[in-house]
Design a protein around this ligand. Structure first.
Ligand SMILES: CC(=O)SCCNC(=O)CCNC(=O)[C@H](O)C(C)(C)COP(=O)(O)OP(=O)(O)OC[C@H]1O[C@@H](n2cnc3c(N)ncnc32)[C@H](O)[C@@H]1OP(=O)(O)O
Ligand SMILES: O=CC(=O)O
Ligand SMILES: [Mg+2]
Length: 352
């Protein structure tokens, strides 16, 4: 016997008076989720300007906030909700709460939902291990939404950062209509898996493939491989099956902008919708990488124009096109249209 909810119940609010969950995710460009440490007044003061540049601004209450600054960070997040105008730029406002087994989770969620619930788009939930974590947070948020008469449902975004979470990622994605997406958490995940790296995201010089021995005894060529390929692939498939969005997570070598850009680009090509930015200079990198390439968009537009009903076979610039490549082109052009609405320069480059 199945223990999943009957289809008619899946979209019912979990508390009387709570808003009904979204049936479709709101259409939003979310190329980067910019992390702000809200307990630092100087940085918080800049987050109004950051909100004009970033697609999403997130008040971080979890890791990177010292335990004696947790209350200050929570108060800072409420201050951001009250004093920053996110709506005029269509910028998302998110908060990363402390994890479920911490002493701060309950107060984080209670205060955020009851005091800032009409401003908050998404709660990011760290260290999610299975669908049971989502069910608990889902029910609690619904009760608080009802109590505070919140008008629109607050979504949930899980971080994939434990071996158990990776094992259960499909059920996590399908656990609730409140789910917005999943981000890869390579630091906690590396620790959970006992991976032998101190890096946060990106490659590792010791994780590589080398060419066969050479007859001239010359040094053998080697190329670093992607430590995160398996997890990102699994996350993308699980998210797309559930109709939610996959994201890359943090890249902590702030000075190495080239490696950051490459890690972001790999994630973009594999299907991720966006990434995290930890430092202002990562915002522009993410914007560049997660906006589709102009030449690819122009080529995709040619495919759509050549096959108005999306069927048949055509040759364009020497390349075979058919119903499948039409769908690939549509992914590219649909995203370009969304990006173009936010970015007039790209709108003209994409020739909309
Ligand atoms: C594994 C994980 O969980 S990752 C998620 C948790 N980690 C985080 O959220 C980290 C967020 N980022 C930060 O705290 C900081 O960027 C740090 C600690 C990484 C680096 O900070 P700094 O050494 O101060 O960086 P730097 O000196 O280059 O900063 C340049 C300017 O940008 C500002 N700045 C730095 N980070 C941010 C940020 N995230 N948002 C807004 N402004 C920022 C600084 O205040 C500074 O401003 P100023 O020139 O007016 O003084
Ligand atoms: O929270 C993020 C991580 O990499 O851990
Ligand atoms: Mg983490």
């Amino acid at each position: 016997m199945s223990i999943s909810k009957p289809p008619r119940s899946f979209f019912k609010p979990l508390a009387i008076g709570a808003p009904a969950p979204f049936r479709e995710l709101p259409t939003r460009v979310e190329r980067m989720i910019h992390f702000v440490p809200p307990h630092i007044e100087k940085v918080r003061a800049k987050s109004g300007d950051i909100a004009k540049q970033a697609d999403v601004v997130l008040a971080n209450l979890e890791d990177a906030i010292p335990s004696d600054a947790k209350e200050a960070a929570r108060a800072g997040a409420l201050d951001m909700a009250e004093n920053i105008d996110f709506s005029s730029t269509g910028t998302g406002f998110w908060a990363r709460v402390n994890c479920l087994n911490s002493p701060w989770f309950l107060d984080d969620v209670t205060e955020l939902v009851t005091k800032a619930g009409n401003k908050l788009d998404v709660i990011m939930l760290p260290k999610v291990e299975g669908p049971w974590d989502i069910h608990y947070a889902d029910q609690l948020i619904a009760q608080l939404e009802a109590k505070a008469s919140i008008k629109r449902p607050i979504m949930l975004h899980a971080i994939l950062e434990t071996a158990e979470g990776v094992q259960n990622v499909e059920q996590i994605c399908l656990a609730s209509p409140r789910m917005h997406g999943i981000s890869l958490g390579p630091a906690d995940l590396a620790a959970s898996r006992a991976m032998k790296t101190t890096r946060v995201g990106g490659g590792h010089p010791f994780y590589k493939v080398i060419e066969d021995p050479r007859s001239d005894d010359a040094p053998r060529a080697a190329a670093q491989q992607d430590l995160w390929h398996y997890t990102v692939s699994k996350m993308v498939d699980a998210c797309c099956t559930a109709g939610i969005k996959p994201f890359y997570g943090p890249f902590a070598d702030i000075a190495d902008v080239e490696a950051c850009e490459q890690q972001f680009r790999n994630a973009f090509l594999m299907g991720c919708a966006g990434t995290w930015s930890l430092h202002p200079k990562q915002i522009d990198i993410a914007k560049r990488v997660f906006s589709p390439d102009v030449d690819e968009v122009l080529f995709a537009k040619k495919i759509l124009a050549a096959m108005p009903d999306g069927t048949g076979v055509h040759m364009i610039d020497g390349k075979m096109q058919d119903d499948a490549t039409w769908k690939q082109a549509k992914v590219m052009v649909d995203l370009a249209r969304q990006v173009a609405e936010k970015d007039p320069d790209l709108a003209s480059a994409y020739e909309f």
